[in-house]
Design a protein around this ligand. Sequence first.
Ligand code: UD1
Length: 421
Amino acid sequence: MSYYIINGGHRLEGAVSVGGAKNAALAIIPAAILCGEPCVIENLPYIDDVRVMTELLSQIGAKTEFSSNGVLCIDPSGINNVCVTFDMVNSLRASYYLLGALLGRYGHAEVSFPGGCPIGQRPIDQHIKGFKALGAEVEIENGIVKAKADKLVGSEIYLDIASVGATINIMLAAARADGITIINNAAKEPYIVDVANFLNMMGASVKGAGTDIIRINGRKQLHGCNYAIIPDQMEAGTFMIAAAATGGDVIINNVIPAHLDAISAKLMETGATVREGNDGRDFYVRVSSSRRLRSVNIKTLPYPGFPTDLQQPMMALLSTAEGTSLVMETMFEERFNHVNGLNRMGANISVSSRTALVQGVKRLMGAQLQVTDLRAGAALVIAAMMADGKSKVENIHYIDRGYEHFEHKLCGLGADIVRLG
Ligand code: UD1
């Protein structure tokens, strides 16, 4: 099993470029099933989750071909199987998008109950409610979600929770349904807009993505297209936090600054400097800090609030901030698995239910650390870079699922990280 050895104490300096958005990629790859023609998807991140999703498509008969620079060609015309019951699904939460895509295209899908990072219960009742509203029969048997419909018919759906996954899954199935579907209380995350743009490029009619009401006018046919995925908001946010946490000065290129407003605002509250700019080609954010940061309170919220995915990296930063921070996690009940590791390094964090009380300490010390999920991995790597001395960070396969070339990008900024094992 691979692990990192990280020598802390180096401030990050220089420039880094952000890859394509993981959560958009994991929806857009299966969405390509919805047409019968090849699609070319550009700006895909080099991460394990993308490789697994692509492999799942190949296993059901699609032709998939990666070329250089994160470009994937998917030809779904050979799909001959609507059952995705492989062991692989267990490691991929986003496999649930195969349900919406296969159901939309073939009126039938059987997909193993999705796995993913252990950060809470993560039910899919809202996805199922949406499919049922479109006329599908849905059953769960032996851990397999089976959805079937003679004909999908557009419908009005009110989501009880503004779920990213349910919103996208319903959009996928509704894109090929007969008539109009309206999703009320839809999630508004940037990935949703990206998936809607992709569907529209295939000839679908999806309006209102990015607001809480999305209207989909189903189409009998969709066609192939070329599409480039947006930059990853969470990867950008992770580098922003790492820059501030190490007292560094980093330019993060290829970002959409508006997607980063919540994190920029919080970093500025801590005393870090955040500037946005445009070098004539791309937008960038530049984050720097030269003194001890201040404590801040955080409450995770759906977009455009502070993202749950950055709560964990941000807590690493706050562990040495001056004063006491309150961090409230409202999205996923078990997203505090990184706290043990931070406390092993000398942090003073106590958790009660969904709130963590972070009493800033002067410094962290290197330790042996176990990654428990993707963003906990980012948090522990940031903490190890902040710490005095050497850390060993184990279980980094979680990091490989969602950060492309993570240690290479950080080493390019001056970090001292070696992958071993
Ligand atoms: C997606 C992202 C994840 C991000 C999260 C919130 C992907 C692959 N993952 O996860 O990185 O942290 O959005 O921005 O895109 N819920 C239900 N019933 C449902 C669906 C969700 O109760 O049917 C609950 C969840 O348990 C959670 C909340 O709704 O408490 C939000 O979940 P959701 O937005 O669906 O997150 P994911 O799509 O799983």
